[in-house]
Design a protein. Structure first.
Length: 139
């Protein structure tokens, strides 16, 4: 019976991880990695099933974070030949590489993750209410 709550809580934990990655992307969009490259956005990937919860028939319930990976899309380029970080040769000579964090995408992802978290919280509350009502009827 409590496996039903595992579904919603696993979704809430997964969305919390996603929101953490989104806030880190926004906070670090103007910074550099330790190797001197511009900050690369982080993306969170989910996988069905919560490794710690199974149903009566052995199926995995809920969702979990399968990985957090670097966004491999190209860096944004800004023309500024006077900047010491500007590329010195090649097709993009004079351009400065900047983070590949797209603020519009991050804001949309943030709204989506927030709504998904709220939906999971509402589902958990409805499940809790139904369990309490069933216990009242039985007792």
């Amino acid at each position: 019976m409590f496996g039903l709550l595992d579904i919603s809580t696993s979704g809430m934990m997964a969305q919390r991880t996603r929101l953490t990655a989104i806030s880190a992307n926004i906070a670090n969009r103007n910074s550099s990695e330790a190797n001197g490259e511009p900050f690369r956005a982080r993306q969170v990937f989910f996988q069905p099933g919560n490794p710690g919860a199974t149903s009566a028939d052995g199926r995995a319930l809920g969702v979990h974070v399968s990985s957090v990976e670097l966004d491999q899309s190209p860096f944004n380029l800004r023309y500024d030949p006077g900047d010491p970080r500007a590329l010195k040769s090649g097709e993009y000579q004079g351009y400065v590489q900047e983070s590949n964090v797209n603020m519009v995408v991050e804001q949309v992802n943030m709204m989506q993750a927030t709504r998904a978290y709220e939906a999971n919280a509402a589902a958990a509350e409805a499940t809790r209410s139904m369990i309490n009502q069933a216990l009242r009827l039985l007792g």
